[in-house]
Design a protein around this ligand. Structure first.
Ligand SMILES: [Zn+2]
Length: 166
């Protein structure tokens, strides 16, 4: 990790400018799924805590899983929403295949950005496994600078989101 809430900051910016096409839920789901790995190994006190899900391969896989998961959730929500509600109308107007692609794409953005951000912090990661070992990016940015940058991105993301939302 950077702590999961920091991971959500770039997603806020995506949400602000991507509007309803940017599935923030898929973005968040991908980040949470990936960090379940850290929670699992932390709870067992078995380092290294960043293993296979903390690789670009793992990030992409979890991005796809998150995209599919949120697509299914939205399909279920779609069934129970009244058709004349704002959401119901929007969902009914958008072809299912397009919704699926939107969800998958944002899930992938969430997964890949998670690996990139974490790889700046954690030397134990092997982001390019199985192609290459080691993590050349670790320590290139200080943890404090990284968290400040993400907080600033999140702050402006939130403001733009509130200003630009439809
Ligand atoms: Zn992580």
């Amino acid at each position: 990790m950077p702590l999961p809430p920091f991971h959500f900051c770039p997603g806020l910016l995506g949400k602000a400018f991507g509007s309803r096409y940017f599935w923030f839920s898929s973005y968040v789901a991908a980040n949470v799924l990936i960090d379940l790995e850290v929670l699992y190994y932390l709870s067992r006190n078995e380092p290294p805590f960043h293993r296979y899900l903390h690789t670009y391969l793992g990030g992409i896989a979890m991005g796809v899983v998150a995209g599919l998961l949120m697509f299914v959730v939205v399909q279920m929500v779609r069934r129970v929403l009244p058709a004349d509600s704002r959401w119901g109308e929007r969902l009914a107007q958008t072809p299912g295949r397009l919704l699926l692609w939107q969800s998958l794409l944002v899930g992938l953005i969430g997964g890949v950005s998670h690996i990139l951000l974490d790889s700046l912090m954690h030397e134990e990661m092997n982001p390019f496994w199985p192609l290459a070992e080691g993590n050349a990016l670790a320590g290139t940015v200080s943890v404090l600078a990284l968290h400040i940058a993400l907080a600033v991105i999140g702050f402006f993301g939130l403001i733009f989101w509130l200003l630009l939302r439809e």
